[in-house]
Every structure is written in C-alpha cells, then in structure tokens.
Design a protein around this ligand. Structure first.
Ligand code: AMP
Ligand code: MG
Length: 404
C-alpha cells in the first residue's frame, strides 16, 4: 500500500499554480505574490529625525552650550537651509534633516519648555546633554536601497508586507488568483444542522470543518452540498463543480468498501483514479484522482479522518496550487508524556502539547477513534508515529504538527 510520502508526492505532481492577477493593494492581504517586489525608492526616502528636538552639528553639542535656532522644520516639509556651527533647527519627528546637521538632540534634553503645547520655536536653546554623530537620525536607505529585493515571489502577504508594499508606493500588486475549491459531503444518514435529529441520523459536520480548513488556506469555496448515497446525485453535484470551473474538488465519505460507497466508481467513470488507499491511521481509504481533469480528493467520511486527510494531503496541494513557495511545515519535536501503542501504520494522533520544565511534552487527548471529534477539539497538535513503529515508551522524542 502507498506510503504517506509517496501519496503526497503523487498528489503534488498533479498540481500547478493558478494564473496571476493584479489587485489593488487594499485587497492584497492574505494573497500570494506572483512576482518579486523590487524597491523603487530608498526606504526611508530621506534622512529624517526620529524625535522632536533640535538638529545640530556634533561639534556644538557640549553641555551648557547655547545655540541659535535658525529654522523650524515640520514633518511633511522640505527646506534648503544649511546648519552652520553655533546653529540648530527645531525639528519634528519625521521631518527631513537639514543640510549641515549631524544629529538631533531630543527636546527633553534642552532648556526648551516642551510641556506647553504649540509653542513657536525659541530664538536660542541650551544643550543639556551631549549627542553623538547620527543620534536620532534615521538614514535614507537604512531599511532598503532602491533596487533591493523587498519581497520574494511566492510569499503570503501578511500585515507587515502590506505595510512595506504601501511604503514602497505599490498601489497594485501581482498575486496568484485564489484557487477555487469545491466541497462535497455525502451520506443518507446526514441531516442539516437546522433540523432536529431523528433515529438513525446525525448532523452533517464535515462541510463545516473542511470549509474552515479550506478558507484558512485562502481558497474560494464552492459548496456542492450533501449527496445521498446514490451515483446519480453524486455525479450531478460533481458536474456543478465542473460548471463552476473549480481547480480542485474535495469530497468526504463514500470511499470505503461499504455497499453504498459510490464516490470511487463515479470518479473513475468520468476521470481517473490515481490511488485509493494510503498506509496511514486514521484514514486508510483515501481517493486521489481526477474528475473530468479536475484534481479530486475523496477523503474518508469520519470527521477526524477527513480533517487529518485534509491536513496531510489537501493542504500541501493547496499551497502549490495557490502559488506559495515550497516551505515545508515547521517540524517540531516533543517528548512523549506517556507510552504509546500503534499498529505500524504511519499514525496521526491527537495530542495536547504543553511546555514542562523548558521542553515540549505531548500527551494524547483521549479516544483516538476516527469518529471521536472531541479528542480533536481538545488537541493542539497532531503527534506523528512513523510507519513500522508499534510502541513508543514515555519520554521518546516524537514529531508534532501544531494545529491552530
Ligand atoms: P463513510 O466514509 O461514508 O463510510 O462514512 C464514515 C463515517 O463518517 C460514518 O459514520 C458517517 O456517518 C460519517 N460521516 C460521513 N460523512 C459525514 C459528514 N459529512 N458529517 C459527519 N459525519 C460524516
Ligand atoms: Mg457513507
């Protein structure tokens, strides 16, 4: 049977990044850059004062010295005055440093009464503290020089990138289009959340959990609803995904060997199966293929298996599809707080990881059955038991994936 890593490799082969588009900066947050960003200006673009104070020459800044105030420089202005020995200029935070000045002394370090609001600049000012060359001056290009690579291709735009893009004056940004993902659930036992339970039925939950995972990955969702255990219903819903021109279809349930598990045959009839079993726990039945040329994931129906299948297989595919540069999951290690039994399959167990005496300790959160969503709710990480391992004593080192 296919190993998890072989399955992942086959899946990734089937995906290529979607095409780029241009969006206004205000809509770029969370998107993936489709091209590198080069600085078109120095950042900052001119030398400026980082404090409210007086711009002066360092030779003039001995304690007790009186300087003549030549000018008053506000933020947003530019002047061509030149500071000579014995002179200074009052200057506000963010205002350009005048020629000739070499440092800025904070107003608090002078005799000027800065507590009174909106005072005009004084005629003279007395220095109370020496400042060194360049003190309180932010230099042009100190952050970035014109022509520097500011942001690389394939990164997700976070708050700080938004700030930098704005500083660089990028009013439009090239990003990858948001991939479109169609989500299908299925099973005769499933009732919508709005309806009271009756014997034999349960509330449909995968569409909510998987939609949340999908949206966190930055895709646009197309909900195909809940199919009954019936080939025609499954097929007609999949056809809606084709009409909606989605980039990927994720379905849950109906991929096992039950008498009414039709998903596999429907996909096979109008597409191709790549594989339908992976040597893992939970979630051994897992279909990957294409429905009419659209990559198709058939996750197992059990809520925990579906969640883990999404984390392990769908997420990396969505990263590639969305244009994110290869940056593998940050691997974290923890120490087992208890012994663990496994069945030799690569296992993704629900665990709570906490810091104890400076190290991360992982403990299982309870029932590991693939339907027990409550232990997943109590978990903050998946704990990975490698294939071939049947038991691990307490204090063994294990890999964990934080789940947020
Ligand atoms: P299946 O993969 O169709 O054999 O389903 C496996 C288990 O998952 C069954 O107990 C189903 O009732 C349950 N299940 C399947 N789909 C969903 C869903 N969308 N929401 C909640 N439970 C589900
Ligand atoms: Mg079913």
């Amino acid at each position: 049977m296919l190993s998890v890593s072989e399955a992942c490799a086959r899946i990734l082969e089937a995906f290529q990044p979607v095409e780029p588009q241009t969006v206004p900066l205000a809509r770029a947050a969370g998107r993936i850059l489709s091209s590198e960003i080069t600085a078109g200006t120095d950042i900052p673009p001119f030398d400026y004062s980082s404090v409210d104070g007086f711009a002066l020459k360092v030779a003039d800044n001995s304690v007790g010295r009186t300087l003549r105030v030549r000018a008053d420089i506000r933020a947003g202005t530019s002047s061509d005055i030149v500071i000579h020995p014995g002179e200074c200029a009052r200057i506000m935070t963010g205002a350009p440093i005048p020629d000739g000045a070499e440092a800025v002394i904070m107003v608090e370090d002078t005799d000027f009464n800065y507590h009174a609001p909106r005072q005009p600049a004084p005629q003279t000012v007395i220095i109370h503290k020496a400042v060194h060359l360049g003190e309180n001056v932010r230099r042009r290009g100190e952050d970035l020089h014109i022509g520097d690579i500011a942001l690389s291709h394939g990164i997700r735009v976070r708050a700080q990138e938004m700030g930098l893009l704005a500083m660089l004056g990028k009013s439009e940004v090239h990003v990858y289009r948001r991939p479109r993902l169609a989500l299908l659930s299925g099973g005769d036992e499933l009732l919508p959340v709005e309806v009271d339970l009756i014997p034999g039925k349960i509330h449909e939950s995968n569409s909510y959990a998987l939609a949340t995972l999908a949206e966190a990955s930055g895709v646009e969702l197309v909900q195909l609803g809940v199919a009954t255990d019936n080939e025609e219903d499954i097929r007609s819903r999949l056809e809606k995904a084709v009409q909606a021109k989605v980039d990927v279809i994720v379905s849950s349930a109906g991929v096992s060997v039950g008498a009414f598990d039709y998903v596999r045959s429907v996909v096979e009839a109008r597409g191709e199966l790549n594989f339908w079993k992976v040597n893992m726990r939970p979630g051994k039945p897992l279909v990957f293929g294409k429905y009419r040329n659209i990559p198709f994931f058939g996750l197992p129906g059990n809520p925990v298996s579906a969640f883990i299948g999404f984390e392990v297989f769908v997420k990396p595919a969505l990263r590639k599809l969305g244009g994110l540069s290869e940056s593998p999951r940050l691997k974290q290690k923890a120490i087992l707080g208890q012994p663990i039994e496994s069945d030799g399959r690569e296992s993704y167990l629900r665990a709570e990881v906490s810091e104890e005496n400076g190290q991360l300790v992982a403990r299982l959160t309870g029932h590991q059955g693939s339907g027990n969503i409550f232990s997943l709710v109590r978990a903050n990480a998946l704990l990975i038991v490698p294939s071939g391992v049947k038991s691990l004593p307490a204090s063994s080192e294990v890999e964990i994936w934080p789940i947020t």
